[in-house]
Design a protein around this ligand. Structure first.
Ligand code: HEM
Ligand SMILES: [Ca+2]
Length: 649
């Protein structure tokens, strides 16, 4: 059967050691866990999950060591003026302010990130961490080339949509601001002495990039000290709202938000493609934002400047634009008396509700594991309101989440993106680095639908220690160049830039033992990888969180190891219970009615895809590749949200 074929195709070696007939008797979850374990070097099943983690917010202090006290967490609040809030406002602000009525700057744009654990800077304030010995930490590019190579291993379960949805959440919740300095010479080579405020990604002598006109460095992130705020240690600025509020579609400040609105029937501005479909509007200066020569070439404007980073990012954002405008059309039909503002806000609220529901109901369980999500109250309720808003839980994006844990999903990225027809045949395959900042391809022919089918059907790369060179050698390669940047080196350096403490601290935060020696890491990391770490780092206390986290064995049902599961779980916990406008809450001025909430809860990604594209068929579990157990069904058989619950008498 299909399940078996899948295994045959991807896991030749485990297949040899297992009776093929026994596979059928396993449920699909077991198959995946077993296969993953076999892939990630053999793991002794008995101690695989001896320590099922809870998220730190739900652990008691004896098991979660090193958590910051609220007074420390809230230190950054004093850097920002308090907005005046209207406690009875029914809709979220655009800038995220006043979500929390006691701490109104929490999650607001242009705030600073939050921390769950004390920062580690070599000067206690802002200079990147050093080794225990006082020497520099190992070179990020050297680490990248040693343990994070490019090995092609597609997943057996997840499609590329899960990667794309993850990136959308990343852009919704974090945007760093660069300190101003230039870090590379104008001819593209590395400066002899890297300028101040640059990430120290120097090129090792034995690196193929050595001696070429190449430079991997990039600016450090702007922080609270750049705002004249004297808190120590510094916190990095965030240029979007922290909440999962589709700020990438609507914008995180009022000027951007207004520039994207039509001010007619609540709708967002758009451009119309050759077949009459909607696309995001064009920026005025396309040649500034995209890799194009003419300003009339298609290059999109949206709530987040990264929309043009690559075609699938644009496809995802266009889908939400279409969803918003479709909802406006239906709402105005149902409530002809509503004015533009009311229609815009109601449609926006529904879009955010639907997107939050998909995030917690479909995306998150695939990432952190369904059982883990359930135990930590992260699954949506089936009915009724959830009234557990916690006004003391800070939803501001965590440094450790954005500068390490969530970036591990960079491992999902495919180097080649497939466009597919309705029969799910590949019609073309594009190289990612040929299309950085070139999104005009999305609007040609029926490519929007072909990209969408590809997202639903093409396998993602396995979530593991391997990354496609399309991001680790060719990131942001421009058309006439043969090389690019190295995202994994950037990730490693960004962690140090953000002052993330070493992996060992996250072990203790997440309920594991402090490692005294490298050998102590073998409870989570294979011997082979621990050996590799011990050759790179002088001391076990030096090991970067990102590096070790990527090597951790996966937890049952999850694509993540112990400490990434813990921090990603914690972050989504805060974005749920720390967001006063979270869609399931019932006792707030902005709450849905119970009827409305039940409609929102019917949302699936498959439904959104069908509502916003011209594809005819999709699988129901839209983050899993189509299979016998997840067959393609016609879009007509997938229920659409019914807006009658929004009818005002
Ligand atoms: C083709 C896909 C992607 C590309 C090309 C890409 C590229 C990048 C780049 C260039 C950065 C900034 C690096 C730095 O200077 O620190 C970044 C940051 C980040 N990425 Fe990705 N990424 C992709 C997909 C994803 C995915 C799938 C996720 C997670 C699910 C993700 C999560 C993040 C996060 C959390 C950040 C930090 C955001 C910030 O600091 O502003 N990315 N990515
Ligand atoms: Ca946001």
């Amino acid at each position: 059967d299909n399940e078996e074929n899948t295994l045959d195709a991807d896991f030749n070696s485990p297949r040899k050691t297992r009776c093929p007939h026994s596979i059928k008797t396993l449920n699909s979850n077991n198959i995946i866990q077993q296969s993953q374990q076999t892939q990630n070097d053999a793991v002794d099943e008995s101690d695989f999950d001896r320590n099922p983690a809870k998220i730190p917010s739900l652990m008691d202090e004896s098991t979660s060591i090193g958590r910051l006290q609220p007074s420390d967490i809230d230190l950054a609040d004093r850097c920002f003026p308090k907005p005046n809030c209207n406690p009875s406002a029914r809709f979220r602000t655009i800038d995220g302010g006043c979500n929390n009525l006691i701490f109104p700057v929490w999650g607001q744009i242009n705030g600073a990130n939050s921390r769950i654990i004390q920062a580690s800077y070599s000067d206690g304030n802002r200079q990147p961490r050093k080794a225990v010995s006082g020497r520099e930490l190992p070179n990020a590019r050297h680490i990248r080339r040693t343990i994070f190579q490019d090995i092609d291993k597609p997943t057996i379960k997840h499609n590329l949509f899960i990667m794309q949805f993850g990136q959308m959440i990343a852009h919704d919740t974090e945007l760093t601001v660069s300190k101003t300095s230039k870090c590379c010479n104008s001819d593209g080579s590395t400066p002899k002495n890297l300028p101040k405020d640059c990430l120290q990604i120097t090129i090792p002598r034995d690196d193929p990039a050595a001696g070429k006109k190449r430079c991997f460095s990039s600016p450090r992130a702007a922080d609270t000290s750049d705002l004249g705020c004297s808190i120590k240690p510094v916190r990095q600025q965030i240029a979007v709202t922290s909440f999962i509020d589709a700020s990438l579609v609507y914008g995180s400040d009022n000027n951007t938000a207004n520039s994207l609105r039509r001010f007619i029937n609540g709708k967002l501005r758009k451009q119309v493609g050759s077949k009459g479909n909607s696309f995001l509007p064009n920026v005025k200066k396309a040649s500034k934002v995209c890799n194009v020569l003419s300003d009339t070439t298609v290059c999109y404007a949206s709530g987040d400047e990264r929309v043009n980073q690559h075609p699938d990012m644009a496809v995802q954002t266009i889908s939400l634009l279409r969803l918003h405008n479709t909802l406006c059309d239906e709402l105005v039909r149902i409530n002809p008396s509503w004015d533009d503002e009311r229609l815009y806000q109601e449609a926006r609220k529904i879009v955010i509700g639907m997107y939050q529901h998909v995030t917690y109901n479909e995306f998150l369980p695939e990432i952190i594991g369904k059982d883990y999500a359930r135990v930590n109250n992260l699954l949506p309720l089936k009915e009724g309101f959830n009234n557990n808003y916690n006004e003391f839980l800070n939803p501001t994006t965590l440094a450790s989440f954005t500068a390490a844990a969530f970036r591990s999903l960079h491992s999902y990225i495919q180097g080649f993106i497939e466009l597919m027809n309705e029969a799910r045949r590949v019609t073309s395959r594009i190289r990612l680095s040929d299309f950085y900042f070139k999104t005009d391809i999305v609007q040609r022919n029926d490519n929007f639908d072909a990209f969408t089918r590809g997202l639903l059907t093409q396998r993602a790369q396995e979530q593991d220690q391997f990354f496609t060179e399309e991001v680790s050698e060719f990131l942001f390669r421009v058309p006439n160049k043969t090389e690019g940047l190295d995202l994994v080196s950037l990730d490693l350096e960004r962690g140090r830039d953000f002052g993330l403490p070493s992996y060992n601290k996250f072990r203790q935060l997440c309920g594991l033992n402090e490692a005294k020696t490298f050998d102590d890491l073998t409870d989570q990391i294979s011997k082979k990888n621990v050996d590799a770490l011990s050759k790179l780092y002088e001391h076990v206390e030096d090991v970067d969180y990102y590096a070790a986290g990527l090597l951790e064995k996966r937890k049952p049902g999850s694509i993540l190891g112990h400490t990434f599961q813990c921090i990603i779980g914690e972050m989504f916990f805060r974005w749920k219970f720390g967001d006063r406008f979270f869609y399931e809450f019932g006792n707030q001025p902005g709450s849905f009615s119970l009827d409305q909430l039940q409609e929102i809860r019917k949302t699936t990604l498959a439904q959104i895809v069908c509502m916003t594209s011209d594809i005819q068929n999709t699988q129901r579990k839209a983050f899993n590749i189509p299979s016998n157990t997840n067959p393609l069904v016609s879009c007509g058989s997938i229920a659409k949200i019914n807006l009658n619950a929004w009818r005002e008498s």
